[in-house]
Design a protein around this ligand. Structure first.
Ligand SMILES: Nc1ncnc2c1ncn2[C@@H]1O[C@H](COP(=O)(O)OP(=O)(O)OP(=O)(O)O)[C@@H](O)[C@H]1O
Length: 599
């Protein structure tokens, strides 16, 4: 059933506030360090801006006092208004500087952190990706980092401002009237505690509403993605009903949450203004008008910053949660791949001999299930080896081991007689090309997609590769030629066309060893023969592994490995295997001939 999308910051999990957790946030500061100068200047500006804000009610009091005939150290009322404007102007500058500086630090630090996380993710071993969902990983980079960014740009500043306001504010109202301050300080925290408890309850409600909304969004997403399913089953009515029901739930929840919110807001307004009215009423006999005004305004500041702390505390918990998850990721051990583009070193140049020696393997996620058992095969440079066998026999797993996406559980893999583990990963993978079953084209132009095989290739090299892959003909038939945009927002290419682009990519890479995972969905005869010719061009002078589903394409292979349940059942040429009485290959061949009916 539909799961709600993760990634919205509203429902980010929080972490407990402990010393150990707080220490984790030091991670953030290691990213702020390069911009420390700006950060500290920002802190100075926020202090200055808080001080100027706090001086404002004081000037207001002076203004009111002079209007009532009292003498002010600031002179006439005109002079006081002048001071107030001067302070407002300075305040403008302080606020601008604070926002500018913190944004600059926050954006830079978080971009650095994002880059490090992405770098870490993309260099993790395959196993890492098998155990996590893509959505979960991308929310690390989006939601968690946005939360951290907020902490850098505003959380610390707000805490500092809150503390300053609280200390100065309480000091000033104490100075104006200790008695009234006592009244205020005993009432405000009670209101705030009630507000926090009530607020929590309301938040839970609004989270449920959001979950419900996310569920209904999943219906939209799923049905739009699978629109051909919906239409072919003529189930539009069914989906409309399903969506309507889900929306009704959302509305019901939202209205309920609205009622509670309404009650909450009216309670707050009542208590806030009620307290002010009481204070003013009590103060009328005890304080002059100027003091009373300053007192009320300072109290509002103090109350505001107290209430703000509750929210800041929640923010801090969310930030801790985000930092923890990011830290965990940064602690993981990546594969030993190079992060720079490096050419193949002469000592690591391969000649194309590949040996699997008693290889056994099971996937780390399902360690109890042996996928390969005691597989031994030797392939000489330039040979073509076909791997055939029933579905699930372990054919693609061999391809994954050749690329060292995983390490064999026992036995070993040798290249030119050297253990694969002695060749640096990047050096090894640079010399192997994989043409997968489902070719993924990146959003971009056809040219860029072919270039993926060799990012510094010239247009001439690209076209030559495309010609050999029999892709040039259809590419130039598009009005934009090589600049045609493909991928999600571009032209949709047919299966055969996509494969030929992948072949051109592989040709451009010019690998010593080639792995072809033959597409299971069959192409039409014309397209298939083009793809086959392209593949033949690609396989020339390279050691090639062909994971074959159609046996007709591998008759001329130098070796055919017949796998069943992870064990090599038969090994030989087409003719040798056909001659085996009761052989599996012979049986598979017979079945396939029966299905296709062609020789
Ligand atoms: N990432 C993985 N994690 C756990 N098990 C896996 C993983 N990939 C494949 N398997 C399991 O390993 C076994 C062999 O799979 P593999 O993909 O190598 O078979 P195959 O021979 O290529 O099959 P097909 O012809 O259907 O593509 C299967 O039982 C499969 O379920």
């Amino acid at each position: 059933m539909a799961r709600r999308n993760s990634g919205s910051r509203e429902d980010m999990p929080k972490a407990k506030l402990t010393m150990a957790n707080l220490r984790e946030t030091l991670l953030i500061f290691s990213y702020v360090r390069p911009y420390l100068g700006k950060f500290i200047t920002g802190l100075v500006f926020i202090t200055l801006s808080s001080l100027t804000t706090m001086s404002f009610p004081y000037l207001l009091k002076q203004l009111i006092d002079t209007a009532n005939g009292a003498k002010s150290p600031f002179g006439t009322s005109g002079a006081i208004v002048g001071w107030m404007f001067a302070i407002l102007t300075v305040q403008m500058l302080f606020s601008f500087m604070r926002i500018y500086l913190f944004t600059s630090v926050g954006e830079n630090a978080v971009a650095d952190m994002r880059r490090d996380i992405y770098r870490k993710m993309i260099t993790m071993p395959m196993d890492f990706f098998a155990q996590r969902r893509v959505g979960e990983l991308s929310s690390r980079i989006s939601a968690d980092l946005s939360q951290i960014q907020e902490a850098v740009t505003s959380l610390l500043a707000e805490v500092l401002r809150g503390i300053l306001t609280l200390i100065i504010g309480i000091g000033l109202i104490l100075y104006i009237s200790p008695l009234l301050t006592g009244v205020m300080l005993s009432v405000i925290p009670v209101i705030i505690i009630i507000a926090i408890v009530f607020g929590k309850f309301i938040r839970r409600f609004s989270r449920q509403t959001q979950d419900q909304l996310a569920d209904s969004n999943t219906i939209v997403q799923e049905t739009l993605q699978g629109i051909s399913n919906v239409k072919s089953f003529t189930n539009e009515w069914f989906e409309i009903n399903r969506y309507t029901r889900s929306l009704q739930q959302v509305v019901k929840m939202a209205i309920k949450s609205g009622q509670y919110r309404g009650m909450f807001v009216s309670f707050l307004l009542f208590s806030l203004f009620g307290t002010i009215v009481l204070v003013v009423w009590y103060g009328i006999g005890h304080l002059n008008f100027g003091d009373l005004t300053a007192f009320v305004v300072y109290t509002a500041f103090v109350g505001g910053s107290m209430a703000g702390f509750a929210d800041l505390y929640g923010q801090l918990q969310k930030t801790l949660g985000a930092t923890q998850r990011v830290r965990e990721l940064l602690k993981d051990i990546p594969e030993q791949v190079s992060e720079q583009d490096e050419p193949v070193q002469p000592e690591h140049v391969l000649h194309g001999q590949v040996t699997l020696q008693n290889v056994a393997f099971s996937y780390p996620t399902r360690s109890e299930l042996p996928v390969l058992r005691d597989v031994s095969v030797t392939v000489m440079p330039g040979e073509q080896v076909a791997i055939v066998g029933p579905s699930g026999a372990g054919k693609s797993t061999i391809a994954a081991l050749l690329l060292r996406f995983y390490e064999p559980g026992s036995g070993q893999l040798l290249y030119d007689g050297k253990p694969a583990t002695t060749i640096p990963l990047t050096q090894l993978r640079k010399q192997i090309a994989l043409v997968p079953q489902d070719v993924l084209l990146f959003g971009g132009t056809i040219r860029e997609n072919i270039l993926y095989g060799k990012p510094d290739a010239s247009q001439e090299e690209i076209e030559q590769a495309a010609r050999q892959a029999h892709a040039h003909e259809f590419i130039v038939n598009f009005p934009e030629g090589y600049e045609t945009v493909v991928g999600e927002r571009g032209v949709k290419l047919s299966g055969g066309q996509r494969q030929r682009i992948a072949i051109a990519r592989a040709i451009l890479k010019n690998p010593v060893i080639l792995i072809l995972d033959e597409a299971t969905s069959s192409l039409d005869a014309a397209s298939e023969s083009l793809v086959q010719e392209a593949l033949d061009n690609l396989m020339k002078n390279r050691t090639s592994f062909i994971i074959a589903h159609r046996l007709s394409t591998i008759r001329s292979a130098d070796k055919i490995v017949v796998l069943e349940k992870g064990v090599v059942k038969e090994l030989g040429t087409h003719q040798e295997l056909l001659n085996l009485p009761d052989g599996l290959y012979r049986e598979l061949n017979r079945l396939q001939l029966e299905i296709t009916g062609v020789e």
